[in-house]
Design a protein around this ligand. Sequence first.
Ligand SMILES: *[C@@H]1O[C@H](CO)[C@@H](O)[C@H](O)[C@H]1NC(C)=O
Ligand SMILES: *[C@@H]1O[C@H](CO)[C@@H](O)[C@H](O)[C@H]1NC(C)=O
Ligand SMILES: *[C@@H]1O[C@H](CO)[C@@H](O)[C@H](O)[C@H]1NC(C)=O
Ligand SMILES: *[C@@H]1O[C@H](CO)[C@@H](O)[C@H](O)[C@H]1NC(C)=O
Length: 263
Amino acid sequence: MAATVHVIVATTVMLLVSSARANNDEIVSCTQNQVLQTSVTKPGAVLKLQCPSSYTISPTCTPKVGNVFSDDSCSNMTTLSDLCPGASGTQASATDNPVVLTFPQLPKNETTFYFKCTQSSNWCKFAVTVSAAPPGGPQVCAVKNTSVALALKGEGGTTQFACGAGLELNPANAKKVYDGNCTEEEDLKDMTLTGSSDSYYMLKADKAPKDQTICYVCGAAGSKGMGAETCAVLISVSAGSGLAALSVFGLALPCVLALLHFT
Ligand SMILES: *[C@@H]1O[C@H](CO)[C@@H](O)[C@H](O)[C@H]1NC(C)=O
Ligand SMILES: *[C@@H]1O[C@H](CO)[C@@H](O)[C@H](O)[C@H]1NC(C)=O
Ligand SMILES: *[C@@H]1O[C@H](CO)[C@@H](O)[C@H](O)[C@H]1NC(C)=O
Ligand SMILES: *[C@@H]1O[C@H](CO)[C@@H](O)[C@H](O)[C@H]1NC(C)=O
């Protein structure tokens, strides 16, 4: 992933951190005996969490984040990367240093996890909610041996995605796509792929496409299939009423009503 994606990511971080009342270069902190809710809504986001001075965070985050709490009472733990593919975190030392979390790819389902800061009987918590990618993206396929699911509906419908760092989009020919098994290359029909590896790709339906699942594979040049060395972008395409069809309906209905009114 190169320049443009990073620009989008920087904007995301600003939006995300502002919801926790901080700005881009600041770190999100919780305050005594309170739960700070924060959210991650775009792939590639970076989130920095810091306990109040001299508090200690749990689960342990030094040098790397492994487990996080899975419940708001902070009694059960689970592995961060199981909740959210590819997510990772670091903390330079246990106190007075932020935990820096990165989310290269959004999870299939929305997920929330927790950290707790303590200093004798004082505590505060972070509740971090990571959104699922919306059907229209943007999503980044960054983690090998996983897939991401997107959808494209009706004429005019679009969906946006990118391959993660070090992974190339296959097929390389923008007029080709893989079938739903990510193995057979076929012509891209009724849809156009624009964009480049510098930014998000956008797939757009020029006319109502037939119902099908198509696939792009992020991996080494020429790779196909779902497996340990690839990340698959599965796109559920349907002819269904997209925006264009809806607007036609929106125009037609008042006409019909007008006709009824005057006859
Ligand atoms: C924690 O895990 C235990 C055992 O898996 C389970 O019985 C319990 O309900 C969990 N607690 C919470 C708050 O999720
Ligand atoms: C994601 O959510 C859907 C419906 O909300 C559910 O059917 C599915 O089992 C969930 N998947 C996972 C991995 O939790
Ligand atoms: C995927 O492979 C299975 C088994 O080989 C086949 O039945 C199915 O039709 C294939 N799907 C597509 C979309 O080509
Ligand atoms: C790939 O994922 C499957 C399950 O989705 C898992 O069983 C397998 O061990 C993974 N392979 C690697 C190399 O991580």
